[in-house]
Design a protein around this ligand. Sequence first.
Ligand code: C5P
Length: 298
Amino acid sequence: MAVVVWAPAKVNLFLQITGDRPDGYHELKMLMQAVSLADRLTLSWRDDGEIVIACNDPQVPTNGRNLAYQAVLLLRERFPMLAERGLHIDIAKQIPVAGGLAGGSGNGAAVLWGLNAMAQLGLTAQALADLALKLGSDVPFCLLGGTAIARGRGEQLTPLTDFPLLHLVIAKPKATVVSTAWAYQTFRSQRLLDQPPPDLAERWHRVLTGGRVEVIGANLYNDLERVVLPHYPAIAELKKQLASQSLGALMSGSGACVFAICADSQHAQNLAQAIASPSVSAWAVHTVGHGCRLEEFP
Ligand code: C5P
């Protein structure tokens, strides 16, 4: 018996750091959006008790550093009988690694989702979300997907069901990798929280309620750009190029991916083709109203 789970990538249409926390994390106010670029995970039982991960992308760790692996361990803690069986996890990766698209987080979420179904664990959405947060701040959103306001560490989620469909281009400088922990720590050490841009409340309001694609594109915001763009000229240059040919561009999460809002699907296809090069990967995508999904369940 095998279960196939699709795990969509996310972009942050808005990411504001509103405070630092004693536990080292930050208080956030974000607008999270799931997109059609997705990884496909196939879970199947093994007879030998081992957890084995295989992935088509050699950059992905196949050991205990992989959130998919950690998700199995978390469920085994809660359901010791799961350890009697091994699990094979095949990850067909399309989401770029360390891109700010929650690719790793999505794989952890997919294993929670898939194993819950496969082993008939009966965990509620809330119980899954609580486990997800133990894996990482973005993992609860990866389970839920769609469009959501996220607060706290990123786990206090309010779904938005009537957000407009968007066509986007996501692009990444192939050679650039940004550490999320470094980005947040640098934001903190530079005391950027003390100097917020003046019009943030207005921009947040416009992105949430503007409705029109042009208004959303013109009001995107990400606080982490303030530390990442000056340090990574390749990301800053890519953002400039995308912004000049779209309705608005923004770095996602801590980078290195940048996304651009397009007028329609044709615009996104054309822009993705125009921006792709030997040093830049690019994908034309659209927003989706879901998170992790089972493809089949025999
Ligand atoms: O939760 P996760 O392990 O994915 O976070 C990666 C890093 O991002 C953390 O180690 C922390 O440095 C930073 N982070 C933060 N505040 C958040 C989320 C993440 O400072 N709300």
